[in-house]
Design a protein around this ligand. Structure first.
Ligand SMILES: Cc1cc2nc3c(=O)[nH]c(=O)nc-3n(C[C@H](O)[C@H](O)[C@H](O)COP(=O)(O)OP(=O)(O)OC[C@H]3O[C@@H](n4cnc5c(N)ncnc54)[C@H](O)[C@@H]3O)c2cc1C
Length: 346
């Protein structure tokens, strides 16, 4: 971790806990810390809170949040924001955190846009880091990305109504979106380099059934080869088989689902113990190798770690308690249930 420098133009803001990442797990930190009387500031590189839930699958239903037999990712984020609201967190969105430095009283964080924040302790909830899609290596990709003819996530399903859609990839996202979009798309083709998919078996079965009925075309084993069109408007996706045969698929939009590029970004330089690009934590406290810095959610590793929102929530409760003990070591602590304590009065 670098040493702090007073290199900021405006005076730094102050908070008890700085939370890096406003994904579902980071948002729940506000609640858990708030219940222990710690004020939070939440910083995120993206312009909207919600992390992967909002950036990658806002309309998809999630089935494994306790108490919600089914909830869309977007609605879950709304509920987490509502749960955080009584604790009045300060949000700094569109602010990638670029440095974390120890100071005499805690930590100083700085963002790429020049915001500085002083915090007593830090909770890193940065998911897969500054995430971005794995892009297919196609020559004229940028032009079609700019026009929206190539997209890496579905923000609004209805945008694809009556469109000729080509989906590339063989994982859960590719197969799930093929299932979801096929009833509304004018045509839908799935391009995958193998005839075997990595998606859930039941989803793959449904996809193959749609293909057998002629609602989806499975183009396997093929890879993306080129994009044709003019003025950013896509006309044809050219694909190539492993033995070099090419064919063109008429298309308005291409959705490559090749997973997320995992890039810890500046967090890799914070001086924390890392393992395979993840932050090593003590599962009992979510403490990292730096005293006063905790980490939760998809960004952490420990034996048995599951990359589930549910697991992230439990890690948050432990991190909040450990952060409280770190910030106020001499305080006699009385554990209270939320039912006993209630919420702050508005
Ligand atoms: C298609 C899909 C379906 C899924 N379905 C389920 C499911 O059914 N059930 C389930 O439990 N999980 C599911 N998941 C996984 C779930 O979304 C993740 O486990 C969850 O989002 C992790 O939350 P997080 O808050 O740890 O990280 P994220 O949601 O990744 O949020 C991290 C945030 O940190 C920000 N960030 C990163 N680096 C910085 C930085 N340097 N400065 C500032 N901000 C930064 C990012 O911009 C991001 O907003 C699914 C994931 C995908 C992709």
């Amino acid at each position: 971790m670098a040493n702090s420098r007073a290199d900021n133009q405006s005076p730094p803001r102050k908070t008890d806990i700085a939370i890096i990442g406003a994904g579902p797990v980071g948002l729940f930190c506000v609640f858990e810390c708030g219940m222990l009387d710690m004020r939070c500031a939440v910083l995120d590189a993206l312009d909207a809170p919600g992390g992967q839930c909002i950036a990658l699958y806002p309309e998809k239903p999630i089935y494994d949040i306790p108490g919600y037999p089914e909830i869309s990712a977007g609605d879950l984020v709304e509920k987490l924001l509502a749960q955080a609201r009584p604790f009045q967190p300060a949000f700094h969105l569109g602010q990638p955190v670029t440095s974390l430095a120890r100071t005499a009283t805690g930590f100083r964080l700085a963002t790429a846009k020049g915001v500085t924040l002083d915090a007593g302790a830090v909770i890193i909830a940065a998911g897969v880091g500054a995430f971005g899609p794995n892009r297919p290596p196609l020559a004229n990709l940028a032009r079609f990305e700019a026009s929206g003819a190539v997209q890496y996530l579905v923000k609004r399903r209805d945008d694809f109504a009556n469109k000729r859609v080509v989906i590339a990839g063989g994982g859960d996202s590719a197969v799930d979106w093929a299932l979801s979009l096929s009833p509304i798309a004018r045509s839908l083709a799935v391009v995958h380099r193998r005839d075997k998919f990595r998606a859930a078996p039941e989803s793959e079965r449904r996809l193959r059934a749609l293909a057998a009925e002629g609602h989806v075309e499975l183009i396997v084993p093929y890879q993306l080869d080129a994009l044709e069109g003019a003025g950013g408007k896509l006309k044809t996706v050219i694909v190539k088989s492993l033995d070099g045969k090419t064919r063109g698929i008429p298309a308005d939009v291409l959705l490559p689902f090749y997973g997320l590029a995992q890039d810890l970004g500046p967090i890799a330089g914070f001086g924390l113990n890392l393992e395979r690009n993840l932050i090593v934590v003590d599962p009992a406290t979510s403490a990292t190798s730096a005293k006063g810095v905790f980490a939760v959610g998809d960004i952490v590793t420990y034996p048995g770690k599951l990359k589930l929102i549910l697991s992230g929530f439990a890690e948050v409760a432990q991190a909040a308690h450990a952060a409280r003990a770190y910030l106020r070591p001499s305080e006699v602590f009385h554990f209270e249930y939320s039912t006993t304590r209630g919420l702050p009065k508005p």
